[in-house]
Design a protein around this ligand. Sequence first.
Ligand code: BEZ
Length: 271
Amino acid sequence: MRAGTPPNRPSDGETDSARAQRWDPARYARHGRFVADLAGPLVALLAPRPDDDILDLGCGDGALTAAIAPRCRRIVGVDASPEQVAAANALGLDARVVDGHALPFDTEFDAIVTNAALHWMKRPDDVIDGMWRALRPGGRIAGEMGGEGNVARISGALMDALRRRGIDGESRFPWYFPAPDAYRRRLAAGGFEVTEMALVQRPTTLPGDISGWLETFAEPFLGAVPARERPAMIAEVRDDLEPVLYREGTGWVADYVRLRFLAVKPPVAEG
Ligand code: BEZ
């Protein structure tokens, strides 16, 4: 997916838009549909109830939102990408353009579900504060995001390709992939009781060539080189990764690591 535009702060005169991740719903549907398709364990953790009001944080094109909608009273999707929100609205969903760092909701929801979105939001404490405000007492977050080590091979190859061009890839790293203890501590500091937190190795078979994944998800790195050079950079990264991520008969398998968690906003104490 999807979700918050990375809050990168260019220091070399480059424009924000050269570093930003943009979302093209048609391309996303081709290369990113697996993200919602693999959300079964997250939805099981959420366990939607018929009287739940749910916020889908980082709803992207609404594929997961639409799958949950029949199982709850109300679901609202938010995403930072106007293009993805338009695609979600076209499915008939209540989806809104919202920066996940500044959620505008006040005790409106019984649950938040968030899939493959939080790692695009690089100020996690702001996001956690907003989730706290959005939930009713006793409300829960069921979340899945990239965790420590996620796409390490892929991002390593991208940064190597930039280094060979004299460009610092580290400073462009657009993702936040926390270790379980670190994220647990942040949630606890935000007032949540963390009831589940697991780092799950999930090698993920891609629907096509790795170049489709790179074009869809790695724009903050690719944007560092002029458009005419990007096909060569993609080919180079592909060559680097082929021995480790391509398997005859299976195809391309990305080195995904999921951080999956359930956290609860304590009910108001009685008495
Ligand atoms: C992920 O879901 O883990 C992911 C997606 C796109 C870029 C990086 C990570």
